[in-house]
Design a protein around this ligand. Structure first.
Ligand SMILES: Cc1ncc(COP(=O)(O)O)c(C=O)c1O
Length: 403
């Protein structure tokens, strides 16, 4: 007898990044010398303060349920952080702590989106946005720029808004392109959302991971009442603590935060006790680790761009932040899924196909790994694509053979 699964389950695709991660991990576990340039987590160790606080808490042997929307200590740390970086003081009833920025965003969508409501966001976009919007019953509206490159202007976004639009969602700097939206872009979108009474969600998970002295524009600088503004963030990328699973959402709209809290209380109940302690300690501790991380990532980015320049016909815009680059490989293969598959099979290099981010012909290449891996990965990609290169190369005692 076959069991029928729900339409929701059948219509939701796997996260392509997590899929590539597990494939690369499986190959590595089987002893293959895989270079992983597909990942979304810095290899940087967790801040010492977070580790010590977690150990201390664990030693009490009291690891219990926590208040559903977050402990007062962690909420206070998030509110201090928000005031420091956004210049606006929120109250504890205006913040919810969740299992990662992803759950914070998902709670928001479940709380705000009615069936058929449109959620507008620039393309290329983070792979999870369309599926998350669909799971909430909404319609994702991906907006491509009207120019020739990948750049999406505020005008492009505003033009895509219809009476059904409930949310505009912006991620700056952007996964996958690493581009920061300009002050003018953020100003226009913030003011528009406020005037039109549309939610503006800023997915700010990378907002401090910026290079060359650049800054991500502060949406609060342009939001008079900020009643439609929802800021999402977390500790995953900021402190390299993806495994802690702590993120948050902040909004003036207390009813929204309360609704998100009800959804969370009936789904996950609360966050991990140890995780909340670790996140609070990281937020309250010495922040020099963030500068160190940015410095390392900027160096990695420069190494990656240097290596990319050795591959003819590959085009890339210099990332201003994150730890991703989005490279146009369409000269070699317009089918990015096929190309990513080819590179994994032949060169044992994991990258993520651009089509998952809404841009066919591109590959997302991460530079959160160490420099040697970046150089080796790009060397293998160059070899796999160069028709004049030898058909075989030796990697340790492994022979790689390309088409
Ligand atoms: C744009 C964006 N938002 C949110 C997240 C999720 O972060 P978290 O680990 O806090 O759930 C990611 C992770 O890759 C991301 O790239």
């Amino acid at each position: 007898m076959s069991i029928t699964l729900s339409k929701l389950a059948m219509n939701i695709g796997d996260s392509p990044t997590l899929k590539i991660n597990s494939k690369a991990r499986a190959l590595k576990a089987a002893g293959e010398p895989v270079v992983h340039l597909g990942g979304g987590e810095p290899t940087y160790p967790a801040p010492q303060a977070a580790v010590e606080a977690i150990i201390k808490k664990a030693q009490t042997r009291k690891i219990k349920y926590t208040p559903s929307s977050g402990t007062p200590e962690l909420k206070a740390a998030v509110l201090d952080y928000t005031e420091k970086y956004y210049g606006r003081r929120y109250e504890p009833s205006q913040v919810i702590i969740s299992a990662g920025a992803k759950q914070a965003l998902f709670n928001f969508l479940l709380a705000a989106v009615e069936p058929g409501d449109e959620v507008v966001f620039p393309s290329p976009y983070w792979v999870s946005y369309p599926e998350m919007v669909r799971m909430a019953g909404g319609k994702p509206v991906m907006v491509r720029g009207s120019g020739t490159g990948l750049e999406v202007g505020a005008g492009d976004i505003l033009k895509a808004v219809t009476p059904k639009t409930k949310v505009i969602l912006i991620n700056s700097p952007c996964n996958p392109s690493g581009q920061i939206y300009s002050e003018e872009f953020i100003k226009q979108v913030v003011e528009f959302a406020e005037k039109q009474n549309i939610f503006l969600v800023m997915d700010d998970i990378y907002h401090q991971l910026v290079f060359d002295g650049k800054k991500t524009p502060n949406p609060c600088a342009y939001a008079k009442e900020a009643k439609n503004l929802v800021i999402i963030n977390g500790v995953s990328k900021l402190y390299g603590m993806t495994g802690l699973r702590i993120g948050w959402a902040v909004s003036v709209h207390k009813e929204l935060i309360a609704a998100m809290g009800r959804i969370q209380s009936q789904s996950t109940s609360c966050n991990g006790d140890l995780s909340e302690v670790g996140a609070a300690a990281a937020l309250k501790g010495d922040q020099s680790c963030v500068q160190d991380l940015c410095r390392i990532l900027q160096e990695n980015r420069d190494v990656l761009l240097q290596e990319a320049a050795k591959i003819p016909y590959v085009r890339v815009e210099k990332p201003a932040g994150t730890f991703y680059s989005f490279m146009d490989f369409s000269h070699y293969n317009a089918d990015s899924n096929a190309l990513a598959q080819y590179l994994l099979e032949k060169a044992l290099v994991a990258v993520v196909p651009g089509v998952s981010f809404g841009a066919e012909g591109y590959l997302r290449i991460s530079y959160c790994a160490d420099k040697d891996s970046i150089i080796e990965g790009m060397r293998r990609i160059r070899w796999a694509l160069d028709k004049n290169a030898p058909k075989e190369i030796k990697i340790g005692d492994k022979l790689l053979t390309r088409d």
